[in-house]
Design a protein around this ligand. Structure first.
Ligand code: PLP
Length: 305
């Protein structure tokens, strides 16, 4: 997709403009060194108009990532939430994907200093289903998830995603759609841009937080699954356990809830969406679309903000 068709109006350093007018110099620190920090957020249509799912949590996490990258931001978290809501209004979207990024500007020394420019941009675009089918095939990556000794994995730092891109390219070369990382101890960690859950005997299992980016979709699914009566256990999961699970699924803002049909040679979900994934996916859709009272506090209504 061409960049200009992705987004109509964007927000760049405090101003709303056409995407085509947002230009950055070639010698941009974050372009060379991956020092930008970003977040992926979705806005959904609800009975009260468009609403952004877990906006406050995402923006708080964005500022956490920026702090880790040593960035001083001239806006408050509230300023950014307002900018996002206004952008959705200006673009007249019912539903959209929202991608804020904070990055270091023109500077070629590795070490950012007080005089290194910091830029803040927010793009929004209509990104429907992230994946074409209900289920995905997954290859266990030969690359491990970067450990917390290698980078700060609680932050969404652009450079951390080189690890994910390499894993996806490898999976694709071998005919799989998605990649699954193990951690440095050989336990299952997460996907390239998703968290993972497994199902056995009506219990959900998910890797604990030490080797993953602990996503807001994961947290929402844990709460929803509990409310549906499922026990959710966070634990170390080894790949030898995969054949003992009946279902598996990824969670993430972009992919939402996505059933996994196969991990390496192991078939899961009977190649289709299993019944528990289906139930949880439906409950998640009700939550994000403002159709379940229990989860309304996760929504920021555009019209009311
Ligand atoms: C590495 C990684 N893990 C997990 C997630 C899921 O996080 P969330 O549910 O907050 O989108 C993401 C999202 O981008 C990710 O990049």
């Amino acid at each position: 997709m061409k960049a200009e068709t992705l987004s109509k109006k964007i927000w760049f350093d405090g101003k709303v403009m056409d995407l085509a007018d947002a230009r950055i110099p070639l010698l941009t620190h974050s372009l060379f060194y991956g020092s930008g920090v970003f977040e992926g957020i979705r806005c959904y249509f609800t009975p009260k108009g468009p609403a952004v799912f877990r906006l406050k949590d995402h923006i708080h996490h964005l500022f956490h990532s920026a702090k880790i990258m040593g960035m001083t931001i001239p806006y408050s978290e509230n300023d950014i939430m307002i900018a996002i809501i206004n952008l959705i209004k200006q673009n007249n979207y019912n539903e959209c994907y929202i991608r804020p990024i904070i990055f270091y500007g023109e500077k070629m020394d590795l070490l950012p200093t007080d005089d290194t420019p910091i830029h803040f941009a927010i793009a929004t675009w209509q990104w429907g289903k992230y994946l074409p089918r209900e289920t995905v095939t997954v290859k266990v990556s030969p690359y491990i998830r970067m450990s917390s000794n290698l980078s700060d994995m609680t932050a969404k730092i652009s450079g951390n995603y080189a690890n994910s891109i390499l894993a996806l390219l490898d999976a694709k070369r071998d005919g799989f759609e998605k990649a699954l990382f193990l951690d440095e101890n050989g336990y299952i960690a997460e996907g390239a841009g998703e968290n993972i859950f497994f199902v056995k005997d009506k219990v959900l299992y998910t890797p604990n937080e030490n080797a993953i980016l602990s996503g807001f979709t994961r947290a929402s699914i844990m709460r929803i699954a509990n409310d549906l009566g499922y026990e959710v256990i966070e634990k170390n999961i080894s790949i030898d356990e995969i054949p003992t699970f009946t279902e598996a699924f990824f969670t993430g803002t972009a992919s939402e809830v996505n059933a996994i049909s196969k991990i390496n040679e192991y078939i899961l979900n009977n190649k289709e969406e299993g019944p528990i994934v289906k139930e949880i996916k439906l409950a998640y859709q009700h939550a994000v679309h403002g159709e379940d009272e229990r989860y309304l506090s996760w929504l920021n209504y555009v019209a009311l903000s």
